[in-house]
Unconditional design. Structure first.
Length: 284
C-alpha cells in the first residue's frame, strides 16, 4: 500500500484532552493514524507524543504544520511535522578508531539506517581509505597546537555547507567547545564507554582489566557542555570475567559501542527521541 505519511512529535504541559485535540485535528484533515505513542512525565508535568499518520496526497509538511499552529499554540506545544521518508543528513566525526564508523557505513549501504551520510571529518587521516571504499567524502581537518578554534570553525562551516541535520561523534576523541555544543544542541550524538565511570582518559578497557571488572558497556547520548553527561538515548552492557584479556575486553566493548550508537542514530532519524530536560523520552 502506498503511503503519504508523516511523523508528528510534540511536547507540552500535561493536560486533559491533548490526545483528543491531536486526533481531532488529524481526523478533520482527512488523515489516518498508523501508530501512536505518548508519555506523561509526572515529575516535570510534561506530555510527549509521537504520531505516525497518513495524509491526503495534497498535503505537505508545511501545510500541515501551518494548519496545526493554532492547536499547538492553544496547548503551548513544541511540535514538529516531518515526512516519514525524509532522510536525516548526517555528518560523522571520527579520530583513529573505525569500528563505529564501519558499522554505520555498513548499515547505511544496506538500507538499515534512514540517513544520508554527507561526509566524514577527522583530525587524523587513518580512516580515509574506508570512506573512499564506500564512496563517502572524507575531510581531514587536523588539529595543531593553537588551532583548535579554527579547526572547529571548519567543522561548523562543513556542517552548514552540507545542510547537516545530525552530527555523530563516532569515537571522535576531542572535547567540543561550549560554543560548538550549544550550536549543535539536540542534534549531535556521542558514544562512549559507560559502566566504566572510574576509567577516564586513554585505554579505558586496559584500566578496567587491571581492576577486574564484571560488566562493560556503552552509552549514546546527546552532546552537551557537561562532558559525557548529556541526555542518554541508549545503553547496553555485557558481562565479562577474569578469563578475558584487555584486548578481548576492548573488542567486546567496540561491538557494544557500535550497536548502541547505531540504535541511537536510527531512533533519532525516525524521530523517536524527544529531549526531556536532562533525560530523553524514546518511543521505540
Amino acid at each position: 500500500m502506498q503511503h503519504h505519511d508523516f511523523v508528528l512529535t510534540l511536547a507540552c504541559p500535561d493536560a486533559k484532552g491533548v490526545v483528543f485535540r491531536v486526533s481531532q485535528f488529524l481526523f478533520e484533515r482527512g488523515c489516518n493514524i498508523l501508530d501512536s505513542a505518548q508519555f506523561g512525565d509526572e515529575d516535570t508535568g510534561l506530555f510527549f507524543m509521537r504520531v505516525h499518520f497518513d495524509a491526503p496526497p495534497t498535503d505537505s509538511s508545511e501545510s500541515l504544520s501551518e494548519a496545526f499552529r493554532e492547536t499547538a499554540g492553544r496547548l503551548s506545544m513544541r511540535a514538529q511535522i516531518r515526512p516519514r521518508a525524509e532522510r536525516t543528513r548526517t555528518l560523522v566525526l571520527v579520530s583513529k578508531a573505525g569500528h563505529c564508523l564501519n558499522d554505520l557505513l555498513f548499515r547505511v549501504s544496506n538500507g538499515l539506517l534512514p540517513i544520508d551520510l554527507v561526509g566524514v571529518a577527522s583530525n587524523h587521516p587513518d580512516l580515509a581509505p574506508l570512506c573512499h571504499h564506500h564512496g563517502i567524502a572524507f575531510h581531514h581537518l587536523s588539529i595543531e597546537q593553537g588551532n583548535k578554534r579554527a579547526q572547529e570553525q571548519r567543522l561548523v562551516d562543513l556542517a552548514a555547507e552540507q545542510g547537516t541535520d545530525l552530527v555523530v561523534l563516532a569515537r571522535y576523541m576531542q572535547i567540543l567547545s561550549e560554543e560548538l555544543c550549544a550550536a549543535w544542541s539536540g542534534r549531535a550524538i556521542n558514544i562512549h564507554h559507560s559502566f566504566l565511570p572510574s576509567f577516564k582518559g586513554a585505554r579505558p578497557y586496559h584500566q578496567a582489566y587491571q581492576r577486574g571488572v564484571k560488566i562493560i558497556g556503552a552509552t549514546a547520548h546527546y552532546v552537551t557542555t557537561d562532558l559525557d553527561e548529556g541526555p542518554i538515548i541508549e545503553q547496553d552492557i555485557e558481562r565479562v570475567d577474569h578469563t578475558l584479556s584487555a584486548s578481548e575486553l576492548a573488542a567486546i566493548g567496540a561491538d557494544i559501542e557500535s550497536r548502541v550508537l547505531s540504535r541511537a542514530v536510527l531512533w533519532h532519524a525516525e524521530r523517536r527521541v524527544l529531549v526531556n530536560g536532562p533525560k530523553t523520552v524514546v518511543f521505540r
